[in-house]
Design a protein around this ligand. Structure first.
Ligand code: MN
Length: 128
């Protein structure tokens, strides 16, 4: 029985990455990091994380396209993807859901609320 919950964070902003990873690690999640979409997709296929936190605005392939690729791949389609969307980017939330995301968390991250949001997304995807 694997009892370590793993989260893959795909985020190109180093400060956001550090903040998110610090909070996740403080809550006993094992974290994989990727700063670009292609790298994140590769890590997802190799490690089958319990959750993916996907920045929408990434250089090169954006988070929407990366999510669509993950959702079209049999080996990754069941991993919940939660979008990290910039608060100012209205409309990103709808686009994220259309791309296959389970939900979204707006940036800047609310550090007090974040752990419970992550937990909710992981629990809602867990098998019965
Ligand atoms: Mn970004």
């Amino acid at each position: 029985m694997e009892d370590t919950t793993t989260v893959l964070v795909i985020e190109d902003n180093p400060l956001n990455m550090e903040l998110v990873c610090d909070i996740l690690e403080a809550n006993d999640y094992a974290v994989y990091q990727a700063c670009a979409a292609q790298e994140g997709i590769k890590i997802a296929k190799e490690n089958n994380p319990n959750l993916i936190l996907m920045d929408i605005q990434l250089p090169g392939m954006d988070g929407l396209e990366a999510t669509q690729i993950l959702k079209e791949d049999i080996s990754t389609k069941d991993i919940p993807v939660v979008a990290l969307t910039a608060h100012a980017m209205k409309g990103d939330e709808e686009k994220a859901l259309e791309a296959g995301c389970s939900g979204y968390i707006t940036k800047p991250i609310d550090t007090r609320e974040f752990p419970s949001l992550v937990k909710t997304f992981i629990n809602s995807s867990a098998p019965e």
